[in-house]
Design a binder for this molecule. Structure first.
Ligand code: MLT
Length: 261
């Protein structure tokens, strides 16, 4: 299987993702939040690309089982129930709920995958499960780093390091089965540079510093943890959900927030 990495979703359009197997990575924080919410029993996450779409869609859904979650500039959107901190998505808040999810980069990257063959959601917290998913697919795959729309390059180092870690794990498992595009070699080198200092990287990267400044320092530690939430959300139709076997495993385990915090 050939593994390619897109360093930023901001430059990618949905037709380029058509028929591809894609893993969307937004370590800070959309991937981590979606994984946490579903592990804590949310029924589904419905990613949308704009606040207007979120308002429009939620108008046609049942108020008591639907929540609106997301951010602009890292902060909760006015009129929404939840922001984008994984710490808000507790079992008590999200169990059984459909969550319309609108974030600047991560949710947009997810919506761009609507014509993909397969789309999974990856962060450090579920990296081994994400690797297993790719190994099961046995086809070429694209690791789509969400990146940062606000930066001219669109680049965010934490997403690329996460992609590099996945590549390292795939190579460790079976190097002969994996072919690396140039982008994958670049992500792998970057991962090797930061492998021993991921929590520090998240504190020092551009978006990590910004989140700490606006009061979300606790999220950085949570998002840097490796393999604390063993599930992979998958796009099914227009919503992101857990596969049945992941749901069953979660039902017998602790809620994700207790695992991660
Ligand atoms: C995004 O989707 O741009 C992020 O997850 C931003 C954030 O940290 O809330």
């Amino acid at each position: 299987m050939k593994i390619d990495v897109a360093f930023s979703a901001t430059h990618v359009d949905e037709l380029q993702l058509r028929d591809k197997n894609v893993l969307v990575i937004d370590v800070l924080r959309s991937s981590t939040t979606v994984i946490t919410a579903l592990a804590n029993g949310a029924r589904e996450i419905i990613p949308v690309a704009s606040v207007e779409s979120a308002v429009k869609i939620s108008g046609s859904l049942f108020g008591d089982v639907t929540l609106r979650g997301g951010e602009r500039n890292g902060r909760i959107i006015q009129g929404f129930n939840l922001g984008n901190s994984p710490l808000e998505y507790t079992e008590a808040t999200v169990k059984g709920k459909s969550i319309i999810f609108c974030t600047t980069n991560g949710a947009v990257a997810m919506t761009k995958c609507r014509y993909a063959r397969m789309m999974g959601v990856t962060g450090f917290v579920n990296i081994s499960k994400s690797v297993e998913l790719l190994q099961g697919v046995e086809e070429d795959a694209l690791l789509l780093c969400s990146g940062r729309a606000g930066a001219t390059s669109g680049f965010s180092i934490e997403d690329t390091v996460c992609a590099g870690m996945m590549i390292d794990m795939l190579l460790e498992a079976d190097a002969a089965a994996v072919e690396l595009a140039d982008s994958s070699l670049a992500a792998l080198s970057l991962y090797k540079r930061y492998a021993r200092s991921i929590p520090k990287l998240l504190r020092e990267c551009d978006h990590g510093k910004y989140l700490a400044e606006i009061g979300f320092e606790e999220d950085l530690a949570l998002c840097s943890k490796v393999d604390t939430i063993p599930v992979v959300p998958i796009l099914q139709g227009t919503s992101v959900r857990l596969k049945r076997d992941d749901r069953q495993t979660q039902e017998t385990e602790e809620p994700a927030q207790n695992v991660s915090s």
